[in-house]
Design a binder for this molecule. Structure first.
Ligand code: AMP
Ligand code: GLY
Length: 424
């Protein structure tokens, strides 16, 4: 069948690469894609949120399965529009996607489902939030804009003054626009973070091996927040017993509560977790593959991804064999442009990709790249996700950094400590 992947990041390159390996895949298209997807699949020049044009393209090209990467496309109702026309699209509906697109919806759902999460209060205006903060003890809190804010609407505060400043930024200065129409103030949790992604058709829920992302820009988890500077899988932070707990006490009640709320969920449910002294708590949900978590996960997936995603869309995940994983761990190191996550230049020529491709057990996933006259140029903040398998996490790490060293572009940088928390 013909397949369409929607998006243009490292996640979408990994999806297109894996889907292309299926014996069931004829042509694999990526809209709009990047220089890497142009090599492993075929790019289509349509933005990820242009639902109408994507729908027309899918009809004209007999697309049998559309796989949506980014949350913005889900929030734009892409899956609803496709299903309405009888086309298979992988991902949750717009209504179910509110689990990610509204922090208020997510927190209230977790409360109703009795899933462990930070204590919280919701406010509609700055005044009420300010009164609340002044009346309670000066405790560390996290202040969040309700809506999507490109990962920037979450402000982790050490004290009341910082929290008051956060409220001003979100609700008065409207730094995140409409996303700040409601504010969540929650208890600040402490511990290690891990991500557990599950695939579900709304009935069957299959948790994948746990991953760990590295959200801060610099080594030792310092510097500003980013989209993610690297990830590895599996993480020993989540042992088998903990993964069982996450399935039974977090994922299952969440999926059931969504069904009860008449927003049945089909797709990838991504639980961002904090492992605290009081147990595992949910920090947030995403409703799609994580980027970069998708890259190490798909490097390890042995099962045919077309079969897995199609069974999910068709609601028969219970009928297929559970996914099989390569026992070797995988490590993904993100290479970024100078200035990221702030402003950065585009259009820097990239060298050394052929040498990097020769490093065994490595795949270089492109994120922010484009092709111009056959030359790969940088075209984003996160440029590559260099991903390697190894007999151990440290072996995979070594292999990934060996490939990273081959790749050169002006201003290019990466964290040097991806996966070290697994070793410590
Ligand atoms: P979110 O978008 O909700 O995942 O928040 C982004 C990041 O903010 C998380 O990965 C955490 O590092 C941090 N964060 C969010 N909520 C909390 C919390 N309640 N306590 C401590 N850190 C948090
Ligand atoms: N890696 C974090 C995310 O995809 O949101």
């Amino acid at each position: 069948m013909n397949i369409l992947v929607v998006g243009n990041g490292g996640r979408e390159h990994a999806l297109a690469w894996k889907l292309s390996q299926s014996s069931r895949a004829d042509r694999v298209f990526v809209a709009p894609g990047n220089a890497g997807t142009a090599q492993d699949a075929e790019n289509v020049d349509i933005p990820a949120t242009d639902v109408k044009r994507l729908l027309d393209f899918a009809k004209q090209n007999e697309i049998g399965l559309t796989v949506v990467g980014p949350e913005a496309a889900l929030a734009a109702g892409l899956v609803d529009a496709f299903q309405h026309t009888g086309l298979r699209a992988f991902g949750p509906s717009k209504a179910a996607s509110e689990l990610e697109t509204s922090k208020v919806f997510c927190k209230n759902l977790l409360r109703h489902a009795d899933v462990a999460t930070a204590d919280y209060r919701v406010f509609r205006d700055a005044r009420a939030a300010t009164v609340y903060l002044k009346e309670r003890d000066d405790m560390p809190v996290v202040v969040k804009a309700d809506g999507l804010a490109a990962g920037k609407g979450v402000i982790v505060c050490d004290n009341r003054d910082q929290a008051l400043d956060a409220i001003e930024r979100i609700a008065i200065r409207k730094e995140f626009g409409e996303a700040g129409n409601q504010i969540v103030i929650e208890e600040r949790l402490h511990g290690q973070e891990a991500s557990v992604l599950a695939i579900t058709d709304g009935h069957t829920i299959i948790a994948m091996p746990a991953c760990q992302d590295h959200k801060r820009a610099h080594d030792g988890d310092t510097g500003p927040n980013t989209g993610g500077m690297g990830a590895y899988c599996p993480t020993p932070l989540v042992n088998e017993q903990m993964l069982e707990y996450v399935e039974e006490r977090i994922l299952v009640p969440t999926v059931h509560q969504l069904k009860r709320s008449r927003r049945p969920f089909r797709g990838i449910l991504y639980a961002g977790l904090m492992i605290t002294n009081q147990g595992v708590k949910v920090l947030e949900y995403n409703v799609r593959f994580g980027d970069p978590e998708c890259q190490p996960l798909l490097m390890r997936l042995k099962t045919d991804l077309v079969d897995l995603l199609e069974a999910t869309v068709d609601g028969r995940l219970d009928e297929i064999a559970p996914p099989e994983w390569d026992p070797r761990p995988a490590v993904c190191v993100v290479m970024a442009s100078e200035g990221y996550p702030g402003s950065y230049d585009r259009g820097q020529p990239v060298r050394g990709l052929d040498d990097a491709a020769k490093v065994p057990d490595v795949k270089v996933f492109h994120a922010g790249t484009k092709l111009k006259d056959g030359q790969v140029l940088t075209d984003g903040g996160r440029v590559f996700g260099v991903t390697a398998l190894g007999t151990s996490i440290s072996a995979a790490k070594l292999q990934a950094y060996t490939a990273v060293k081959c790749i050169r572009f002006s201003g290019g940088w990466c964290r040097k400590d991806i996966s070290d928390k697994a070793l410590g």
